[in-house]
Design a protein around this ligand. Structure first.
Ligand SMILES: [Fe+2]
Length: 401
C-alpha cells in the first residue's frame, strides 16, 4: 500500500509528467504532460495520449505503439516524460524492445518537436522520417533541429521499416510554398489498422477520456461569459468539447464573436476566478446563437464522424481534391482495412472499405474549398496566402516535373 500522503503523491506524479523542453513549442499544458495509455487493438497496438493546444484549445495527440516482429515500433513521437518511458518500458517487457521510431509527417511541428528527445531515450532504435522535412522560418538541416542525420533514414529514399508486416502509403507531396506537405500512412497488416498523422480524424460528441485527468479546458470554454465560474458537469464538458473542436478545426468559427475589450475587462477578476487556472476571468469570446448547429458538421452523435481534417482540407488540399480522392482509392484497394488510428481525436475508428467509399462519395458530392459559414476564416487565410504568392496556385506541379 502506498503510505505517501496525497500531496507527496501529486509531487511524484508531477515530476513523472514533467516536460522541460516545452518552451521549444509553448503549447498547453506546457511543462506538465499527463499521459493516458490505451490498448487500441488487443495485444497489437497501443496509444499514448497527451493534450496539446493553445489557450485551453487542447486536443488529444497520440503516439502509437505497434507490435512488429521482434519488438515495437513507435509512430508519431510525443514528449517522452518519465511517465511515457515507464509505460513504454512495461510494453517492452512483454513485447520486446523499441526497435523503430517513425516521424511520418513532413510538416506537423507538434509531432516533430519531440523526435530528438524520444530518439535519445531509445539510442538503439532505428529512426525513420517522412521525406521533405522542413522548418520555419528557416529551412534547417535535420541535425540543427536535433535529429541526428547519421542515425536517420528517410522513408522510401532509404527503404521502408518492417515491410514484412506494414505497407507504407504516401499522401502528397504537395508544394505549400514554405515547404512540402506530406504524410506517410502505415497499414499494419495483422491488425488491419491504418495509422495516419493529421490527414484523417474521427470526432465524437463525448470529450476524450484524457480530459478526465483535468477537465479545466472543457469547463473554461463551456462558459458564456468570463464572470461565470468553472463548474463541472457532463453537460458543461460536452459543451466545452464542441467549442474546442470548432476552434481547433476552423481557428475562428463562424458563430464566434470577439466582445469589446471593455466588457472582457469588466468580467475579469470576479470572485472565484482570481486564479491562473481560470485565466483570472479573462475570456475574450462570445458565442452567438446557433453555434451548436454549426458544430454538427464535425461531430458524430453516436460514433466518431470520419472526415478529412478541416484545416488540411481548406489550407493544404483546396486545389488538390483529386489527390485526396486518389489516396482514398488506394486505401480502398487494400480491401481489408478494419480500423483507423489517427494521431488526434478518437481511435480506433471503424475504417472498412465500405466506410472509406462512403467518405469518398461524401467528398465528391459536397462543396470543396468552401468559403461559407465556418469555412470563411480558413478561406480568407488561403486567399491572403495566394494573393501574396506564399502558396502556389498549382501545388501539384512537383508531380508533373
Ligand atoms: Fe498533428
Amino acid at each position: 500500500m502506498n503510505k505517501q500522503n496525497p500531496l507527496e503523491n501529486n509531487q511524484v506524479l508531477a515530476s513523472k509528467q514533467s516536460w522541460p523542453w516545452w518552451p521549444l513549442l509553448p503549447l498547453y499544458p506546457y511543462g506538465r504532460r499527463r499521459t493516458l495509455i490505451k490498448e487500441l487493438i488487443p495485444n497489437q497496438i497501443w496509444g499514448l495520449e497527451q493534450l496539446q493546444g493553445l489557450y485551453y484549445v487542447a486536443v488529444p495527440v497520440r503516439l502509437t505503439v505497434v507490435k512488429v516482429s521482434g519488438g515495437l515500433m513507435l509512430i508519431n513521437p510525443l514528449p517522452p516524460t518519465q511517465e511515457v518511458l515507464e509505460e513504454l518500458s512495461a510494453l517492452e517487457k512483454n513485447h520486446g524492445p523499441v526497435l523503430t521510431i517513425v516521424l511520418p509527417t513532413a510538416s506537423g511541428l507538434e509531432h516533430k518537436i519531440s523526435m530528438p528527445a524520444l530518439a535519445r531515450a531509445f539510442p538503439k532504435a532505428d529512426l525513420w522520417v517522412c521525406p521533405g522535412q522542413w522548418s520555419y522560418p528557416f529551412s534547417l538541416p535535420l541535425d540543427w533541429i536535433g535529429i541526428s542525420s547519421k542515425r536517420t533514414n528517410v522513408l522510401f529514399e532509404d527503404g521502408l521499416p518492417h515491410s514484412e508486416c506494414c505497407t507504407w502509403i504516401p499522401l502528397g507531396p504537395l508544394d505549400l510554398g514554405l515547404g512540402d506537405f506530406q504524410e506517410i500512412a502505415c497499414f499494419h497488416q495483422s491488425s488491419r489498422s491504418l495509422l495516419v498523422t493529421d490527414s484523417l480524424v474521427g470526432i465524437e460528441a463525448n470529450p476524450p477520456s484524457i480530459f478526465d485527468l483535468d477537465p479545466t479546458p472543457l469547463l473554461f470554454h463551456s462558459r458564456d461569459s468570463g464572470d461565470q465560474l468553472l463548474e463541472d458537469s457532463l453537460k458543461a464538458r460536452r459543451k466545452g468539447w464542441a467549442r474546442l473542436v470548432l476552434f481547433a478545426s476552423f481557428l475562428k468559427p463562424y458563430k464566434l464573436a470577439i466582445p469589446p475589450l471593455s466588457s472582457v475587462i469588466k468580467n475579469s477578476f470576479k470572485q472565484g476566478l482570481r486564479s491562473p487556472k481560470a485565466h483570472f476571468g479573462f475570456y475574450p469570446f462570445k458565442w452567438e446563437e446557433g453555434w451548436e448547429d454549426s458544430s454538427r458538421e464535425l461531430i458524430g452523435k453516436k460514433e466518431p464522424l470520419l472526415q478529412i481534417a478541416p484545416v488540411l482540407e481548406r489550407l493544404v488540399f483546396p486545389r488538390s481534391k483529386n489527390v485526396v480522392i486518389d489516396w482514398l482509392d488506394t486505401l480502398i484497394s487494400l480491401k481489408v482495412t478494419r480500423w483507423l488510428i489517427p494521431a488526434h481525436y478518437s481511435a480506433p475508428i471503424e475504417f472498412t472499405p465500405n466506410k472509406i467509399k462512403i467518405l469518398k462519395k461524401k467528398i465528391i458530392n459536397r462543396a470543396w474549398a468552401n468559403d461559407e459559414g465556418n469555412w470563411r476564416f480558413l478561406d480568407s487565410l488561403d486567399n491572403a496566402l495566394l494573393d501574396r504568392g506564399v502558396v502556389p496556385k498549382d501545388p501539384q506541379k512537383i508531380f508533373k516535373d
